[in-house]
Design a protein around this ligand. Structure first.
Ligand code: ZN
Length: 134
């Protein structure tokens, strides 16, 4: 696992067992190319709660998530659209787009600085929660 060269996302729920918290943090520290993402929807190992599971889809644009374009991401949870935005930024920049480079840099910086990154993450979740359903 430590030899993986591709960008890797380590997901863990919140709250979860302290053992898993320290294990994921040590794994993230040992893998500089990995991003540790804490997913508050996953409580004590459950997947999304039943309430979340029946929620309808919402749409958030690249712009609403700090990017430069009107590309739309649809998802049931803020995490889904945030992850879609991460992929979108990576794909656009990998494809030679320079407009998305600052947003990609910011996104990577957020996961390197979990405290300040959490503020952005919570704001994105609040914005998502405030959106009307599609
Ligand atoms: Zn975009």
């Amino acid at each position: 696992m430590l030899q993986v060269e591709v960008p890797t996302t380590i997901l863990r729920g919140e709250p979860t067992m302290p053992l898993l918290v320290s294990a994921t943090e040590r794994l993230a520290a040992a893998m500089p190319q990995a991003e540790l993402v804490v997913v508050p929807e996953s409580r004590d190992h459950s997947r999304y709660s039943e309430k979340k599971a029946v929620e309808l889809m919402k749409t958030m644009t690249c712009k609403q998530l700090g990017g430069p374009c009107d590309h739309q991401h649809r998802g049931q949870t803020a995490d889904e659209v945030i992850k879609a935005q991460d992929r979108h930024l990576n794909e656009m920049v990998a494809g030679g787009d320079t407009m998305h480079a600052p947003a990609l840099k910011e996104m990577k910086g957020r996961w390197k600085h979990p405290i300040s990154g959490m503020g952005w993450y919570r704001a994105a979740k609040r914005n998502f929660a405030a959106l009307p359903e599609d």
